[in-house]
Design a binder for this molecule. Sequence first.
Ligand SMILES: CC(C)(COP(=O)(O)OP(=O)(O)OC[C@H]1O[C@@H](n2cnc3c(N)ncnc32)[C@H](O)[C@@H]1OP(=O)(O)O)[C@@H](O)C(=O)NCCC(=O)NCCS
Length: 185
Amino acid sequence: MRIEDVRFELKDGRKALLRSPQEEDIESTLEYLKVSAGETDYLLRYPEECGKYTAEGEKKLFEQKNASPDEVMIMCIVDGKVVGNCDISFFKGMKTKHRASIGIALIREFWNQGIGTKMLEEIIRIAESREGIMQIELEFVEGNARARHLYEKMGFRITGIHPNAIRLKDGTLLNNYTMIKELRR
Ligand SMILES: CC(C)(COP(=O)(O)OP(=O)(O)OC[C@H]1O[C@@H](n2cnc3c(N)ncnc32)[C@H](O)[C@@H]1OP(=O)(O)O)[C@@H](O)C(=O)NCCC(=O)NCCS
């Protein structure tokens, strides 16, 4: 699904745009994927795993996301470049179609600028406007205090723990926490 463009100002005054992905975003998306993976242990990929992402693959992914009735991808653009993205997927099964799951990541230069808040407001609005969606679900890695603060601010609560879901290169094991936001119906 495509979204309407949303323009807003970052805390430092720069102008930002939330919109659906388009072909001109491919190059900066590949850069964003790699850079963001190297800036935090709280994402699921290491930078060297980003070799599997290609321009052709991103093009297909953008087309598929924009065309799918069950998925929405939102890019955050600053100065013409992708600085982060966020996506929501609606479950399709008869027994699970009341659920949706989301993911979000930005490059470090743009943390704490209010982008996460704005993206989640949009994603929650989209989920609320879809009939039958009762809850949005996500996961975060133990120690990710910024993400946890943001999610709790937006109405998510911790519902469970996935022990040792993450194993870093140095052997450190980290838990994943699952969170749910129940939508007002
Ligand atoms: C987590 C992430 C998506 C949040 O987006 P963001 O744009 O930085 O978030 P915002 O600026 O909208 O809000 C951040 C909030 O966390 C607070 N915060 C910042 N650092 C914090 C910390 N160490 N502990 C607790 N809260 C913190 C800020 O004060 C702000 O709260 P407020 O709006 O109540 O003032 C972004 O930082 C990011 O992409 N991080 C790296 C990848 C990642 O962790 N993705 C999430 C995977 S689950």
